[in-house]
Design a protein around this ligand. Structure first.
Ligand SMILES: Cc1cc2nc3c(=O)[nH]c(=O)nc-3n(C[C@H](O)[C@H](O)[C@H](O)COP(=O)(O)O)c2cc1C
Length: 401
């Protein structure tokens, strides 16, 4: 049998888009959009990744509207940044990479100091722990009109993203953000047609997908990132996620990205490795939040030691269930892991921390069949997203200089 590494470095298609190989840069919000404007540092970061041979880089976070941001230093999709985005994407294309944007909405999970609505909106009334120290302690339940408005907001944002040159859109259905707040029975307590059964809890997600598909057209590449489990009792389970994937495939998604965990309830499930707590406490602006993080740490920041391809077993169940493209994500740092994932029938692999450590990962893995990326999964990069200047690899601080 041919080395599965060859498959990884073969061209591949997502709907109408051809990629030069099967390695995609994962969405890693870089904290390089002060005031919500993409900066030169963001361009330099993704340009460097593009030069390393990645097939497509993902720009996060592309909020569907101003109130869909977790905080004010995130982009939201509007005409005010058209010029900057067009310029940014043009430069990235010069490296040969395609450019995807992760389109999402924070829902009730926000601490945005520029928040314009009365209160953050989610599926159901709840407390917003993230916003406690930022004047946004409560989440209101969306009315049906507000749900329809949010669906329209996603569609408008997608139209905008296509028009500025994004080659693809990755809709964020996971990690505890707005859409997954509807999918999860832990946060969705509605008794109308948007709550209760999985079919009802998926209604908002599928309406967003349908509206985005209509906005961008049939041949435009649409990926979707899901959480295979919320990682909390009473939340989405691995079993549910196989059905969720099948529903999204039927709804017209081209590629499903199989992640897990929730930033709001169990972040370490997706960030396997060293605890985020020391770094988050260090970089948090509010004293109250610093105390909150420390107090919640034993419950919220569980210990999940790093392992290569830690989501593979569960992602394989989705791979075996759907016909559409499936992208593996989570702990790919060696060519052996690439081989294992490709042998499992996956179409693409997303790389997060390994690229922050070594932006030349794709070139290196192609040239050296036994390549091992040296990322230690200290997870310090993930705690720097709100630090001045944003993220970098603390072990290789000059990577993106
Ligand atoms: C600094 C950093 C920022 C991240 N930001 C996002 C984000 O904006 N959206 C998202 O879906 N996942 C985000 N993630 C999670 C990654 O996309 C990915 O799921 C996770 O790092 C596991 O993949 P890896 O083992 O290849 O790093 C982030 C990860 C890191 C390290």
């Amino acid at each position: 049998m041919a080395d599965p590494l060859e498959k990884c470095f073969s061209e591949a298609k997502i709907n109408g888009l051809t990629l030069r190989n099967r390695l995609i840069k994962a969405a890693t919000f870089e904290g390089k959009c002060p005031g919500g404007i993409p900066s030169k540092a963001l361009t330099a970061f993704h340009e460097r990744i593009g030069r390393g041979g990645i097939a497509m880089t993902t720009i996060a976070y592309c909020a569907a509207e101003a109130d869909g941001r977790i905080h004010e230093n995130m982009m939201y999709m509007h005409e005010g940044i058209r010029h900057e985005l067009e310029h940014f994407i043009r430069i990235l294309h010069g490296t040969g990479t395609k450019v995807s944007g992760q389109l999402g909405h924070a829902g009730g999970f926000t601490k945005n100091r520029e928040f314009e609505g009365k209160r953050p909106l989610g599926p159901s009334k709840a407390m917003n722990a993230l916003g406690l120290a930022y004047g946004l302690p409560r989440i209101d339940a969306m009315t049906k009109e507000q749900i329809t408005e949010r669906v329209d907001v996603f569609a408008r944002a997608a139209t905008f993203m296509k028009s500025v040159g994004f080659d693809a859109i990755e809709i964020h259905f996971g990690h505890g953000y707005g859409i997954s707040q509807f999918i999860s029975p832990k946060t969705n307590k509605r008794t109308d047609e948007y709550g209760g059964s999985l079919t009802n809890r998926m209604r908002f997600a599928l309406e967003v997908l349908a509206a985005v598909r209509t906005a961008v057209g049939e041949d435009y590449p649409l990926l979707g990132k899901i959480s295979m489990t919320d990682g909390v009792a009473g939340g989405v389970t691995y079993e549910d996620s196989v059905e969720i994937a099948a529903m999204l495939e039927a709804g017209g998604l081209d590629v499903i990205v199989c992640s897990g965990g929730t930033s709001s309830m169990n972040p370490m499930l997706l960030f396997r490795g060293d605890s985020l707590v020391p770094g988050l406490v260090k970089h948090e602006r509010s004293l109250l939040m610093k105390i909150g993080i420390k107090l919640s740490a034993p419950v919220m920041f569980k210990n999940y030691p790093y392992e290569e391809t830690y989501f593979l077993e569960h992602a394989q169940r989705i791979r075996d269930r759907v016909q559409c493209g499936v992208c593996y994500i989570g702990g790919v740092c060696t060519t052996d892991s690439i081989r294992r994932v490709m042998s499992g029938g996956f179409d693409f692999i997303q790389l997060g921390r390994a690229l922050i450590f070594d932006p030349d990962f794709p070139k290196q893995a192609r040239a050296r069949p036994e390549y091992k990326n040296g990322c230690s999964h200290c997870n310090q990069c993930a705690t720097l997203i709100e630090a001045p200047g944003g993220i970098y690899c603390v072990e290789r601080p000059n990577n993106f200089a």
